[in-house]
Design a binder for this molecule. Structure first.
Ligand code: DQA
Length: 149
């Protein structure tokens, strides 16, 4: 089974960016946690970050046939991007929405996720552990067949 992790804008700054909100772990630290859990569960991971909305759209479009599940932290685009929502709706594979912070406990403009209705579910508020939970969620998405390794 192959899981594609996609990270949106400013997540490359984790570790230095608003540590009181996002903590001190870098994206590389989080990727290492994800890879560790994936190894234990016997799944393959591709882990990417971009600041560009269109690049996220392209990666979601190309995921079909290459991955069984996409895990997406669309960051600020969560709250603004119809293009990413449409890409998910067209993707033909399950997408899991994740966030480090609890978006529902923050500013009102973060309460609305444009992508939530087209995702399988949302994991929000567990810091870097949101990513580890997403590995667990991805391997348990209903209807996804795990290819033998
Ligand atoms: C975030 C939450 C978003 O509201 C914010 O714009 C981010 C990070 C999170 O992981 O908590 O950049 O997606």
């Amino acid at each position: 089974m192959r899981i594609l992790f996609l990270n949106g804008p400013n997540l490359n700054l984790l570790g230095q960016r608003e540590p009181e909100v996002y903590g001190h772990a870098t994206l590389a630290d989080i990727e290492a946690m994800v890879r560790q859990r994936a190894r234990e569960l016997g799944v393959e991971i591709d882990f990417r970050q971009t600041n560009l909305e269109g690049e996220l759209v392209t990666w979601i479009q190309k995921a079909r046939g290459q991955f069984e599940v996409v895990v997406l932290n669309a960051a600020a685009y969560t709250h603004t991007s119809v293009a990413i929502r449409d890409a998910i709706a067209a993707a033909g594979l399950p997408v899991i929405e994740i966030h480090l912070s609890n978006i529902h406990a923050r500013e009102e403009f973060r309460h609305k996720s444009l992508i939530a209705p087209v995702c399988v579910g949302q994991i929000s508020g567990f810091g870097p552990f949101s990513y580890v939970l997403a590995v667990e969620a991805a391997v348990n998405v209903k209807g996804v067949k795990r290819r033998p390794k």
